[in-house]
Ligand binder design. Structure first.
Ligand code: HEC
Length: 332
């Protein structure tokens, strides 16, 4: 009896999903007229305003992300996706879905065991960023994340043409917003072997990011940011060089990653100087990863071998493969 009842419940559950999917499809703006033979369907338009549900989904998104509630990603995705299905022209909602999937892959080492299907998040992330870029081509941050996701997807399918496409798009994104995308592009390259040309280029991009942010070339032998600290701004393109509500510890996270890349490249002495810049931040005192940074400075030399190991252990790897790949900058 109980078994029958359970089966009935499951069937009903599936039925209600099917019913709601069916209503979604019949309510969808892709009307039959749009796909009449010989006619080009109308272009998808960006939403002119944000729905109540989209604003609510934003709230859930930021609460989940800023508090590091990795275990609640699926819950946030359900609210975001519901908002997207209701208003599929909302670029921000689309991007936030992309970011959630991206976060799940990036910090996968929080999981006890990482399922092979974690790669599905790469595909979904790419698809939603593609939508976000199409709806709002003016936000080059989305373009950078799209390029990064395409690179990851190319790698997942071992499709060199797709990888090449991501790489070219990344260059466009860097041109459009260098202060942001030099970091984000280099960050994704940090997973490659340290002698790979793209790893080297990614590290060069970190240096160039500092130069772009401060309007002059930094002394690479003595990369001390103290003299630039008064330039901090919350406005315009250069805001992404500093801490903000969106990325409360961007400055610290940037130097943690760059230090890791320098160590991986073997230049642990310069890495120690780069790491030390994180301490210049006004918010350093409230940063959750101070002890990680301190350990990195102390163990810089011995980490050269650790960061170059073919099989990285989650607890002892570079920032990109860590449990704080995103949280180093975004955790409140
Ligand atoms: C080095 C620091 C750093 C790291 C690491 C980092 N971000 Fe960011 N992130 C930023 C900065 C800076 C901005 C732009 C802030 C602005 O626009 O004012 C940003 C913007 C964002 C936004 C805001 C989009 C919006 O709607 O405005 C999201 C979401 C985001 N990042 C997600 C992620 C995810 C997911 C990861 C991990 C894969 C990540 N970030 C890694 C620094 C970082």
């Amino acid at each position: 009896m109980a078994a029958i009842f359970r089966r009935l419940l499951v069937t009903q559950g599936i039925l209600s999903i099917v019913v709601s999917l069916a209503s979604l499809i019949s309510n969808s703006p892709i009307s039959a007229q749009g796909i009449r033979r010989g006619r080009v369907p109308p272009k998808k338009l960006a939403a002119k305003s944000r729905s109540e549900l989209a604003v609510k989904a934003d709230e859930v998104f930021w609460q989940t992300f800023h508090n590091g509630e990795y275990q609640n990603i699926q819950r946030a995705l359900n609210v975001l996706t519901a908002a997207y299905l209701q208003t599929p022209g909302d670029a921000k909602t689309a991007a936030h879905i992309g970011f959630m999937h991206n976060w799940r892959v990036a910090e996968r080492n929080r999981l006890e065991s990482v399922p092979a299907t974690i790669t599905d998040d790469i595909i979904l992330s790419r698809r939603y960023f593609q939508e976000a870029v199409r709806l709002d081509p003016s936000d080059a941050r989305y373009l950078g994340f799209l390029a990064d996701s395409i690179l990851l997807e190319g790698n997942l399918h071992k499709d060199d043409r797709l990888t090449q496409e991501g790489y070219l798009l990344l260059h466009n994104a860097i041109k459009a917003w260098p202060e942001f995308n030099l970091f984000s592009g280099g960050f994704v390259m940090s997973r490659l072997p340290s002698d790979a040309p793209w790893f080297r280029e990614g590290l060069e991009w970190q240096w160039r990011s500092i130069d772009e942010c401060n309007g002059e070339k930094i002394d690479r032998a003595n990369p001390d940011l103290s003299k630039y600290m008064a330039r901090e701004t919350k406005e315009g393109n250069k805001r992404v060089c500093w801490n903000s509500w969106i990325a409360p510890h961007n400055f610290e996270g940037f130097f943690l990653n760059m230090g890791d890349m320098l160590v991986k490249a073997g230049d642990w002495r310069t890495a120690q100087k780069i790491y030390a810049n994180a301490k210049l931040s006004h918010e350093y005192g409230t940063w959750k990863y101070q002890s990680v940074l301190e350990d990195r400075i102390r163990q810089a030399q011995s980490n050269v071998a650790v960061f170059n190991e073919k099989k990285e252990t989650p607890k002892a790897g570079i920032m990109l493969n860590s449990e704080f790949a995103c949280m180093a900058c975004h955790r409140q």
